[in-house]
Design a protein around this ligand. Structure first.
Ligand SMILES: [Zn+2]
Length: 598
């Protein structure tokens, strides 16, 4: 009885509130067209109407372009591709001034309750972070196409799309309203819903009642049933980590192109770029499935399980967090772990891939300079803006985060005797911060959650390997599962210069503390002679020398010739592999099985 009367009151009240809101709420309608796709332009019209009291009182509206897009931590200045902005109201022109790099201030007419904003967007960069249109298809990353009203971020909008001529398919995670019109509940959802327009093939499958679509752009032949089944297997395996799916539907936008790769995660969709060759090469296909696993797993980790800084977003400035190593790196850890548990990667393949990741960071001098927390924070100015010294001064939060994800997983397995693993950290973060509190977590809350699951203090671990740059004692963790990491190069006596030439004899990288670094060679130097003769190939020449040999290197730098004496050292590059321990105990064997889902 009590419940019913409460519900009745609620319904009357909520209807009343809803009606009130609708009548007073401003309206945003986007109209997108593409009359000349070969010129790489989208045409946008935004109809703004039903102004609220605040807007009427101030007499203007600020329209903005985002400067970056969530998931890709670089200021991209999308306003640079906007042109021919004009504003009208009825038959009158409305004055608009650009007041900074990404803001147009539209001066409203006192008597009018609407403004029509028109502009063109140049879209000729086919990446997952940008927008593109040519005579074969159109792709929009909404952050780079749609202006938004700064004061109306919570206002829902409609997006009406007029595709070019015979283009008959629109694929997006936005809610369809019919007649090529879609709805975005608010600005965050609009920005987070890329759109593919063209003649793409659309496959579909159902996962636990949730419809999934795979929109395939690109002239490529593949086995539709196999690809669809394999992607479904990946999704099923990814779902088993958190165990609960928050989406009503999910859309994969896949660009099959000549060269390129990568993906960008969104709330209920993703855009992935892959080579057309992946369907005819097993190894590349496994890499593609690994990409699918990565992007799909993001629907939990980063889109919902997220640090405080990563939503709601500030689209005009950098959004800083120390936790990209977790949001991105641990997603990279899961991309292979998900394939392993789906049996789409053998234990050997999984171990080899993990050893490769460890090799990457352990052979990077920057791993001893920059912590993974700093790498996360400075993504905007370092990871996304690398230079010739990046290997010496930085570490990738993807690579090291993936390694740390693996180590944390082992640490939890070890501490809980196999009853828990990193999945439990994901589950707790999802339930506590996303579902219960509806917010992101702080650095401290994240560490506390790991400690809660591991049932022990992890402060030493966080201090040394996450905020610090100490070498991870891998074998402490591998021992628990009966494995060990060995360096196949430990005994080598190969001579080493420490300078690489990507093409020809021009130095493209010089590693910190190498002979080349210490004795004066620079990136950009063109090697003319070594010990008086022109070398055909640098690596070959060095391999014929001995440790301690002094070589005379003549280079051209800034148009001048210079000579340097360089003393060759022993090659310090590690070749790490993960191998079984002899005489494994039954506990180690049991934990190994739990670790790799055997
Ligand atoms: Zn990612």
């Amino acid at each position: 009885m009590k419940k019913i009367s409460f519900l009745a009151i609620y319904l009357i009240f909520s209807h009343f509130v809803w009606s009130q809101n609708t009548s007073n709420q401003p309206k945003i309608e986007y109209f997108l067209s593409m009359e000349q796709p070969q010129t790489h332009y989208f045409d946008v019209v935004i109809k703004l109407s039903n102004f609220d009291a605040k807007t009427k009182q101030q007499g203007f509206l600020d329209l903005k372009m985002a400067v970056w897009t969530p998931g890709s931590y670089l200021i991209r200045e999308y306003a640079k591709n906007i042109e021919s902005v004009s504003v009208t109201s009825g038959t009158s022109n409305v004055k608009s001034d650009k007041i900074n790099k990404n803001t147009w201030r539209v001066r409203l007419l006192p008597t009018s309750n609407e403004a029509i904003v028109k502009y063109k967007v140049y879209a000729n960069e086919l990446s997952v972070r940008t927008s593109f249109i040519d005579d074969s298809h159109g792709y929009l990353n909404p952050a780079s196409v749609f202006m938004y009203v700064n004061d109306w971020k919570q206002v829902p909008s409609t997006i009406n799309i007029k595709p070019y001529k015979e283009w008959n398919t629109i694929s997006t995670g936005l809610k369809p309203l019919g007649d090529n019109t879609f709805e975005a509940e608010n600005l965050d959802i609009l920005i987070d819903s890329p759109i593919e327009i063209g003649t793409q093939k659309v496959l579909s499958f159902d996962l636990k009642g949730i419809p999934h679509k795979i929109a395939m752009y690109g002239d490529v032949k593949f086995d539709e049933a196999k690809v669809s089944n394999d992607i479904k297997k990946v999704c099923e395996s990814a779902l088993s980590v958190v165990g609960e799916h928050p989406c009503k539907d999910y859309t994969f936008l896949i660009h099959n192109i000549g060269l390129g790769g990568g993906g960008l995660e969104h709330l209920n969709s993703t855009t992935c770029q892959t080579s057309r060759m992946v369907y005819s090469n097993d190894k590349m296909y496994q890499g593609f499935m690994s990409l699918i696993a990565h992007e799909y797993f993001h629907l939990w980790n980063v889109k919902r399980i997220r640090p405080k800084a990563l939503g709601p977003f500030d689209y005009e400035n950098e959004n800083y967090t120390h936790l990209l190593w977790f949001s991105e790196g641990c997603t990279s850890f899961y991309q292979n772990y998900i394939l392993r548990r789906a049996n789409m990667m053998t234990p050997e393949e999984y171990l080899n891939a993990y050893a490769t990741e460890i090799n990457t960071i352990e052979n990077q001098p920057g791993n001893k300079v920059q912590s993974v927390a700093e790498s996360s924070w400075d993504a905007w100015i370092k990871y996304y803006r690398p230079n010739e010294n990046s290997r010496n001064s930085t570490v990738s939060y993807y690579d090291k985060g993936a390694v740390l994800g693996g180590v944390l997983n082992l640490a939890i397995l070890q501490a809980t005797k196999g009853s828990k693993n990193l999945d439990d950290v994901m589950k707790v973060l999802y339930q506590e911060y996303y579902k219960k509190q509806g917010r992101g977590f702080s650095d401290e809350e994240f560490q506390k959650t790991v400690e809660l699951v591991a049932e022990k203090s992890m402060s030493d671990f966080f201090q040394k390997y996450i905020s610090g740059t100490e070498t991870i004692p891998y074998n402490t963790y591998f021992e628990a599962v009966g494995m060990k990491m060995t360096d196949k190069n430990a005994e080598n006596t190969f001579p080493y210069l420490g300078a690489d030439c990507r093409t020809g004899l021009k130095i493209s990288s010089v590693l910190r503390d190498s002979p080349a670094y210490n004795d004066g060679l620079n990136v950009g130097d063109e090697i003319l002679q070594i010990d008086g003769t022109k070398p055909e190939e640098l690596t070959k020449l060095i391999s014929n020398k001995k440790i301690g040999d002094v070589i005379e290197v003549k280079v051209r730098r800034d148009g001048l010739e210079k000579k340097y004496n360089v003393t060759l050292q022993r090659n310090p590059i590690k070749s790490l592999s993960i191998e079984p321990l002899e005489n494994q105990t039954s506990e180690q064997k049991e934990l190994y099985k739990k670790w790799l889902f055997l």
